[in-house]
Design a protein around this ligand. Structure first.
Ligand code: HEM
Length: 314
């Protein structure tokens, strides 16, 4: 497990080094660095026998033999490989590692910012606790992670104020392409969107620099659920959910938009709801800088401490 955690940070460091190197030496240095840092190799060595065993089972199944059934991500990745040219064990493991990296770093950092916002805007804790405790975990599970609309909105507002990535929807034109405003993109040119700027734009969000945790909640539900004491006086005209892709760029665009967003949302809700219901929390030093920007990333400092006190001890 520690290799799995280290792999995330090591991949980020390696990627950032490789990005600033000339392309002639980048692959060489990248491989050297990855070998030296080592976490990737530990994961690879642990997963490769499993992937090889699964391929063997697949071959035996095609001969009519009975093989064990697996319901896990190794099997899922294997079954997603193209039928005409199935992936080797090596490719399956690399896909798994890419998925692990892509799913962990941004989900954990997005959840971390939401935790900071819970400490800074503690007036939201009570209505969120009421929502979670009156809904209950069984109903949350039954809803497939969709329940807790107040928490959903709080997470969305947190990610709007502190998106981990400043740009999104990176695309390279394969043929000449014209945007709706007439701008032309030539083959080989890259474009992207700018969520961080868009999320702070008054054309899209009323009073955009103000944190309003319940900004995205249906106003009718808000009226019924809590009295408006938290200062959420300018909700969006159209309520929306954290997983929506039509009103913001957090998850990217169109067919390539993040397929993991429903899972990420359910994980974040579970994690935050546990913190909210089990602890009283505060930032150890509310005035200290909480995050830093590096190129397009905005990351929380690992050194920012959140003090948690079990609720029963309060
Ligand atoms: C808060 C958490 C997350 C955020 C903000 C996020 C955001 C994104 C963004 C912006 C993209 C690029 C979309 C585009 O180019 O249009 C993407 C792609 C992707 N994400 Fe996520 N993601 C998150 C969590 C996850 C999780 C948990 C998983 C898997 C369990 C996942 C799997 C993927 C995959 C496989 C792609 C590539 C899709 C493709 O190229 O077709 N993501 N994500």
């Amino acid at each position: 497990m520690s290799a799995a955690m280290d792999f995330i940070e090591q991949t980020l460091i390696t990627a950032e080094v490789v990005r600033v190197l000339p392309s002639a030496i980048a692959p060489f240095i990248g491989n050297l660095l990855a070998k030296k840092l080592g976490a990737g190799k530990i994961i690879y060595d642990a997963l490769i026998p499993i992937a090889e065993e699964r391929l063997e089972e697949k071959a035996r199944k095609s001969l009519g033999q009975t093989v064990p059934e697996h319901h896990d991500c190794v099997q899922w990745v294997m079954e997603c490989s193209p039928r005409s040219k199935p992936w080797s064990a090596d490719r399956i493991v690399h896909e798994l590692m890419a998925l692990w990296f892509g799913s962990v770093h941004i989900t954990s950092t997005t959840a971390c910012f939401a935790l900071h916002h819970l400490c800074i805007h503690s007036e939201y804790i009570e209505p969120l606790r009421n929502e979670i405790e009156s809904t209950g975990w069984a109903n949350f599970e039954k809803s497939g992670g969709k329940a807790f609309p107040l928490l959903d909105s709080f997470m969305k507002e947190s990610a709007r104020m502190n998106p981990v990535e400043s740009v999104s929807s990176r695309r390279m034109a394969l043929k000449p392409f014209e945007l709706s405003d007439g701008s032309r993109i030539e083959p080989g040119e890259w474009i992207c969107t700018a969520p961080r700027g868009m999320m702070a734009d008054a054309r899209y969000y009323a009073d955009p620099l103000k944190f309003q945790g319940f900004r995205f909640v249906d106003p009718d539900l808000l009226d019924k659920t809590i009295s408006r004491t938290s200062g959420d006086d300018v909700p969006q005209e159209t309520p929306s959910e954290f997983t929506d892709i039509t009103d913001w760029q957090l998850w990217g665009t169109g067919r390539s938009a993040c397929p993991g967003r429903f899972y990420a949302t359910a994980v974040m809700k579970t994690l935050l709801a546990l913190f909210i219901t089990k602890y009283d929390m505060q930032l150890e030093d509310p005035k200290a800088a909480r995050y830093f920007a590096w190129r397009t990333f905005v990351y929380p400092f690992a050194s920012t401490k959140v003090v948690l006190r079990p609720r029963s001890a309060a």
